[in-house]
Design a protein around this ligand. Structure first.
Ligand code: 5GP
Ligand code: MG
Ligand code: MG
Length: 179
C-alpha cells in the first residue's frame, strides 16, 4: 500500500483520552445501573482500542461483541453505502446495547448501524463515539456520548488508521502531508 509522505501532529494526548474515558464510563454506568449484562458492541476496526479501555472502566457486567460494516476502505472519502462484513454473535432482542464507534463524521455509518440494531428490538440502544466532527454531518444522528469534538481534520491513532497504519499510536494525531 503506497501513501503520500505524512507526519502526525498530536491532537489529543493519551492522558486526556484516559481521563475522558474514565468520565464517560461513570456516566454510562449510571445510565445502565441495574442492567443484567450490557452488550457493548464495538464497530470494527477503529473502535478496538476505545472499547478495550472503556470496557475496563465500566463497573458493570458486560458482554463484548463486534460488528464490522464497510465504509471508507483505504480512501479518505466516505461512501454512503454501508454493508455488513461481520455481524454480531449476540442476539440483542430485549437486551441493553451500547454501540461504540471511533468517529462520527457524516453520520451515515452510525445511523445505518443504529437502524439495523434497532430493528432487532433491543430493550435499550445507546451510542458512544470517541470523536465527533459535527461540521461534517450529513444526517441527523448524534451519539448519546461523545469523547471529543474535533474540527474537520483527518486523524489517526488510538485504534484509528490511515491505510491500516498508525492504529497503535497511544494518542490521537492529525495527518499532515509533508510534500
Ligand atoms: P461517517 O459514516 O460518519 O461519515 O464515517 C464514519 C467512519 O469514517 C468512522 O467510523 C471512521 O472509520 C471513518 N472516519 C471518519 N473520519 C475519519 C478520520 O479523520 N480518520 C480516519 N482514519 N477515519 C475516519
Ligand atoms: Mg468507524
Ligand atoms: Mg478506517
Amino acid at each position: 500500500m503506497t501513501t503520500r509522505a505524512y507526519v502526525i501532529d498530536e491532537m489529543i494526548s493519551a492522558k486526556s483520552i484516559a481521563a475522558r474515558v474514565e468520565a464517560l464510563a461513570k456516566e454510562i454506568g449510571k445510565e445502565f445501573e441495574g442492567t443484567e449484562q450490557l452488550v457493548v458492541v464495538g464497530l470494527l476496526r477503529g473502535s478496538f482500542v476505545f472499547i478495550a479501555d472503556l470496557a475496563r472502566e465500566l463497573k458493570l457486567p458486560v458482554e463484548v461483541d463486534f460488528l464490522e460494516v464497510s465504509s471508507y476502505g483505504n480512501a479518505m472519502e466516505t461512501s454512503r453505502e454501508v454493508r455488513i462484513l461481520k455481524d454480531l454473535r449476540a442476539a440483542i432482542e430485549g437486551r441493553d446495547v451500547l454501540v461504540v464507534e471511533d468517529i462520527v463524521d457524516t453520520g451515515h455509518t452510525l445511523s445505518h448501524v443504529v437502524n439495523l440494531l434497532a430493528s432487532r428490538n433491543p430493550r435499550k440502544l445507546k451510542t458512544i463515539a470517541l470523536l465527533d466532527k459535527p461540521s461534517r454531518r450529513e444526517t441527523e444522528i448524534r451519539a448519546d456520548w461523545t469523547g471529543f469534538e474535533i474540527p474537520d481534520e483527518f486523524v489517526v491513532g488510538y485504534g484509528i488508521d490511515y491505510a491500516q497504519r498508525d492504529r497503535n499510536l497511544p494518542h490521537i494525531g492529525k495527518v499532515r502531508f509533508s510534500e
